[in-house]
Design a protein around this ligand. Structure first.
Ligand code: SF4
Length: 247
């Protein structure tokens, strides 16, 4: 097994070696996902940003499987993954553990900068273009549910620093679900949050009316639009369709 990306610096300080308890069973953390690329298999921990490449089937990622501590100890790769919090105790409440970690980060680093100053938000991974070079090609299309929208607003309110924050809208094509951007911006405004935002977009869904909303309600101060060539080349590369998940 190869460590491709290490833990992010702050979480590395807090998530030190996870000791295994003989009497416990272990599950894959809800923060872990697997993916395959060019015949290679990877597991990624969204909490720590650590990424491992699995070699020769030494570990099989079975989301619902439980392991005894003995099983983990017998397999060097599984043991390493468990020590790095890819596997956690079966009875662990990971929502609570996450909240505690955030509070700890804010408490420890509060003197320098209390809370986050920027958030990157993907309202949807759906897109109305089909660029051959898209890095999300083949990935499942996911759009924020009502609960996720609400949880995102709560999360920002709970973790933001004092003063102005920045929201970065990303996708997929974020404008496929401009309504979600509206809802998040409107809730933050109602809560008195000062913010500006920026947007990465293919630009195809921008209309004069939307520009006004972007300016007045989303407080957009920066837009990155991909231009793939002249009109003919652009149309060929984008191959626009109606997106799935556009709600
Ligand atoms: S516009 Fe962006 S998200 Fe959409 S298909 Fe092209 S690269 Fe992918």
């Amino acid at each position: 097994m190869i460590e491709v990306l290490p833990k992010e610096k702050i979480t590395a300080k807090l998530l030190t070696r996870h000791e295994l308890v003989q009497s416990k069973k272990y599950k894959w953390s809800c923060f872990v996902c697997d993916y395959k690329k060019d015949g290679r298999v990877f597991v990624y921990n969204n909490l720590s940003t650590q990424l491992y490449q699995i070699e020769n089937g030494e570990v099989v990622f079975e989301k619902d499987r439980l392991y005894t501590a003995a099983e983990l100890m017998e397999n060097e790769s599984l043991k390493q993954l468990a020590m790095d919090y890819f596997l956690v105790e079966e009875d662990q409440n990971e929502d609570e553990a996450y909240e505690q970690l955030i509070e700890l980060v804010i408490a420890m680093y509060g003197k320098r900068e209390k809370g986050y100053s920027s958030y990157t938000i993907l309202p949807t991974t759906a897109c109305n273009a089909r660029c051959f070079y898209c890095f999300e090609k083949g990935m499942e299309i996911v759009t924020m549910s009502d609960d996720t929208v609400k949880a995102t607003i709560d999360y920002i309110l709970k973790t933001k620093r004092n003063g102005k924050i920045t929201l970065s809208w990303f996708g997929g094509e974020p404008l496929v679900r401009a309504d979600i951007i509206d809802r998040i911006c409107s809730a933050l405004r109602e809560s008195g949050v000062e913010f500006v935002s920026n947007l990465t977009t293919n630009g195809s869904l921008i209309t004069p009316a939307l520009v006004q909303r972007m300016k007045d309600e989303w407080k957009l101060n920066y837009v990155q639009i991909t231009v793939d060539g002249d009109q003919a080349e652009y149309d060929r590369r984008k191959a626009y369709v109606s997106p799935q998940g556009s709600g």
